[in-house]
Design a protein around this ligand. Structure first.
Ligand code: NAD
Length: 355
């Protein structure tokens, strides 16, 4: 483990910021140095809670030499400007998901990171779960044989009050819909495990949040490039909630993650390590089903410490912008398909038309 402590500054003192702050303070490799938020009240409370410096803007925070890395925790449609600003000021960056609302912006951010010689990682912390890593290993080892189906089911609840806490949460173009906001994690897991995708047919509705301009329901059929098929079903309209599910079915095996726990792990070639893998995930870790703040910070800490290790060793972070590009393209294609009422083949022809 590294001895060096890297100084981090948070841009945004909103809902997710305390999870980053706790992870930074819990890690021996990192130090929470500063936070910046244009909302003076939030800034004051946050600096009092976590004992760090406070700034009113990113530029002011970037003038602080103790800030070596910036975690971008602003609303989704504002990530681009912040990532470009921090990278061009020579700071490493961790950007919350989704990294951007357009592929062109993602490419721009990746290019800025390369030009500045800084590392940019994305907070898609579910990739780090033991259950997901076990599924990925099993796929790489060919244990499923031909993969027939790869699905995710996210049957969650968000209240209308949650959406009304901020203007950006009520606007699809700001990235508040269930597809790009909550389900993005699980679309990303399917992409990470079984992607890329060749065609999607999506349908979106607002079932339970009248007057709020978002989709709270996504249903999509998916064709993967490797011949597998799948379903994405994601809602923030259902009560009571159930654990998210990632299901992979192949000719020689099935693996299912529920929440962060392995629920089913069965292969024709049963191996000695399989019993241990079946115990992965405690089932006691909150994964965000009931509310946006219904989370632990452990997975964030893993992503943050991975960035530190990438900075020190010169390797890429575990979750690069480039690795998230196909996830974003898939999400955008589902929006396009829902709008057209027809299947959409990838690559996406005109991403500007999506929004
Ligand atoms: N990884 C996860 O599991 C997870 C969970 C929740 C949220 N998120 C992501 O975190 C990000 C933030 O979400 P949130 O719910 O905390 O949002 P939020 O609205 O609660 O907080 C955003 C904060 O950014 C501040 N802000 C906006 N523009 C700014 C600017 N230009 N300069 C300074 N401050 C600015 C706002 O004042 C606000 O306090 C989003 O990208 C969201 O998708 C990730």
């Amino acid at each position: 483990m590294s001895e060096k402590r890297i100084g981090f500054g948070l841009l945004g003192a909103g809902l997710i910021a305390p999870f980053h702050a706790k992870a930074l303070q819990a890690s021996e490799q990192t130090e929470l140095v500063a936070v910046a938020d244009m909302n003076a009240e939030r800034l004051e409370k946050f600096t009092a809670d976590f004992g760090c410096a406070g700034y009113a803007s990113l530029d002011e925070m970037l003038a602080d030499p103790a800030v070596e890395a910036v975690n971008v925790l602003t609303p989704n449609h504002l990530h681009r400007d912040a990532v470009l600003g921090a990278a061009r000021a020579g700071r490493h960056v961790l950007v919350e998901k989704p990294p951007s609302m357009l592929l062109a912006e993602l490419d721009e951010m990746a290019a800025a990171g390369r030009e500045a010689g800084v590392h940019i990682g994305v907070v898609l912390q579910c990739r780090t779960r033991q259950a997901i890593q076990a599924m990925r290993d099993a796929i790489r080892e060919g244990r499923f044989g031909k993969i027939y189906h790869a699905d995710t089911y996210m049957k969650w609840f968000r209240s209308s009050d949650y959406y009304r806490t901020d203007a950006w949460r009520m606007s699809r173009r700001s990235g508040a819909g269930v597809t790009i906001q909550q389900a993005f994690h699980y679309i990303d897991l399917l992409q990470y495990l079984v992607g890329p995708v060749s065609k999607v047919h999506g349908r979106m509705n607002n079932l339970a949040h009248p007057g709020i301009e978002i989709e709270d329901t996504l249903l999509a059929f998916v064709d993967y490039a490797n011949g597998a098929q799948g379903v994405v079903q994601a809602l923030t309209a259902l009560w009571p909630v159930t654990d998210i599910r990632i299901e992979i079915n192949g000719e020689n095996g099935t693996a299912i993650m529920a929440g962060e726990r392995i629920e089913t792990w069965k292969f024709r070639d049963e191996r000695p390590e399989d019993d241990e893998i079946r115990q992965y995930g405690s089932g006691a870790v909150s994964t965000g089903a009931t509310g946006a703040a219904d989370l632990g910070f452990h997975d964030h800490q893993v992503v943050i410490e991975d960035l530190v290790s990438a900075i020190e060793s010169g390797r890429d972070p575990m979750i690069t912008l480039e690795s998230v590009r196909p996830t974003l393209e898939w999400a955008l294609a589902m929006y396009q398909s829902a709008k057209d009422g027809a299947p959409v083949a990838l690559p996406l022809e005109d991403e500007e038309a999506v929004w």
